[in-house]
Design a protein around this ligand. Structure first.
Ligand SMILES: Nc1nc2c(c(=O)[nH]1)N=C([C@H](O)[C@H](O)COP(=O)(O)OP(=O)(O)OP(=O)(O)O)CN2
Ligand SMILES: [Zn+2]
Length: 127
């Protein structure tokens, strides 16, 4: 796997973090212009690409519909929508339609983001 390609997407949404410590500002309802980056790895096909960037956009489209201008806490599985749990949720939703997916990056702001690279190898893999 010599190449990785990434495409970025944006959506606007509201959330609050119900498990943040009492008094934390993020327990209050607020919103972000979220940026999601999907990364796919692979060898080059006969077209000279890993896959068409448009394939990433097609995979993302149904998620955009579920997330954009929604209250994330009301989306099934996103009752505690931290960046980390949102990235893992996106991975679960999209992995079957995006072969070669290796990373989902979620940025709430210009300076704060999370990268999820999928579930750990069940074998542990530390030897
Ligand atoms: N590990 C995580 N920490 C925080 C998350 C998160 O998802 N994972 N989320 C939040 C809040 O949603 C908050 O809106 C974003 O945090 P923050 O970087 O503090 O955003 P600000 O723009 O308000 O940053 P300031 O520098 O304080 O202005 C909090 N933590
Ligand atoms: Zn937030």
């Amino acid at each position: 796997m010599s190449f990785e390609i990434t495409r970025a997407f944006r959506f606007e949404a509201a959330h609050l973090l119900p498990k943040a410590p009492h008094g934390h500002k993020c327990r209050r309802l607020h919103g972000h212009s979220f940026v999601v980056e999907l990364t796919v790895a692979g060898d080059l096909s006969s077209e000279g690409w890993v896959c068409d960037f448009a394939d990433l956009a097609s995979a993302w489209a149904p998620l955009h519909d579920q997330l954009d201008h929604h209250y994330l806490n009301e989306v099934a599985g996103l009752e505690n929508p931290t960046s980390e749990l949102l990235a893992a949720w996106i991975w679960t939703q999209i992995e079957s339609t995006l072969p070669g997916l290796v990373a989902v990056r979620v940025a709430e702001t210009c300076t704060a983001s999370c990268i999820y690279r999928g579930p750990r190898d069940p074998g542990g893999g530390s030897s």
